[in-house]
Design a binder for this molecule. Sequence first.
Ligand code: NAD
Length: 433
Amino acid sequence: MKIGIIGTGYVGLPTGVGLAELGNEVVCIDKDEEKIKSLKSGKVTIFEDGLEDLFKKNIQNEKLKFTSSMEEGVKNADVVIIAVGTPPHPVTKEADMKYIHQAAEELAQYINGYTVVATKSTVPVGTGDEIEAIIKKTNSKAEFDVVSLPEFLREGFAIHDFFEPDRIVVGTNSPKATEVIKKLYEPFEGKAEILFVKRKSSETIKYASNAFLAMKIHYINEMADFCEKSGADVFEVAKGMGLDNRIGKRFLNPGPGYGGSCFPKDTNAMAYMGKKYGAPLSLIEATIRGNDLRKTQMAMRIIKAVEGIDNPKIAIWGLAFKNGTDDVRESPAMQIVEQLLKNNARLCVYDPKAVANAKKILGDKVEYASSELKAVKNADAVAVLTEWDEFSKVDLQELKKQMKTPKIVDLRNMLKEKNPVNMGFEYYCIGAN
Ligand code: NAD
């Protein structure tokens, strides 16, 4: 099939690469000329495991093309996928729809023959109706249907999740569009559940899922606080809870709070919609408040660990919002770093992938190290903020040798099993004493 994808970010690019690998002819469109220039020259613009090889392979076999021209990407397409950002509105925190509306208006002009317009961006309930109206108004002759195709990929695992999805959700009110989408997802038949629902249900499924996961994270974080005070151990509690199939093991790791480009904005957008429709979502509202507060609480733990030390140097391990990605958007690690800076902390930071993105925000306010051991040289404490695998493999003897004062504030509980206390570290983890 011929597919146009509008937006080549963390969703659009892996989706384009994946669909090309399945044999479709894909044209990725972005209005960011720099991004397109880089992609055209064969350079991937984001880090995702396994992305680069497939990207290069499909450019070479001419299944994957890049352009900044909407016309080029849309005019021959059977399916046009919208994957532009839906950032939070700075004041109301509802989803800001300006990029979606713009994309709909721009693509409408080039629709040529029956085209399915599929929204992969996370969008509020009723957006399908809005896009439909915009296209009709801009191009009254256009033959098209709008479907909702929410994206569930996890950053850091985008390629894996593209080829091995848990489920594919399609929201459509049109039998004709249903046939087109069935053909698009034919390679997944028998591999993943493909759920066809009403367009508004599909739009809601995405927000309801993300808000539920965010609540689960916040729940175990509050449980961790409870365990610290009561003398229980949150690891044991999480394990015991997770063995219940109704609860499940995943998303029960306590930490510094959820972040990233999705959970914070999607919980806020869902809470906003609850108010808008007169159906308040109090659990989600409490989750948002608690998660915001958590970052400050975590920064305070680090500050407390170096209390009494004159002009302490703190090493930071991890800046990305989670492992496997270079994305620092709404990263708890970055928010904690900012709070530490407000408290005049002297920081040396390290992240295996996210330093370039972090530098754009932190500039020269921190020192940058090229490895975890270089970051801790003469440090009075190290704070583990992102769950990169390599942090759990660090040699504690070597770590101790490099540090001025052996203190670890492990907000990801990555070193607990190595028993740092036995090796002479002052060690603080989450949810256990
Ligand atoms: P992103 O900011 O990384 O990428 C969006 C891209 O769209 C940018 O490159 C931008 O230049 C481009 N763009 C904006 N308007 C355009 C236009 N009119 N024409 C052409 N290009 C345009 O965003 P993202 O992280 O890929 O997220 C996209 C959407 O997918 C959001 O709604 C997000 O909530 C949703 N989503 C994201 C993830 C994730 O893990 N990042 C997962 C699931 C869903």
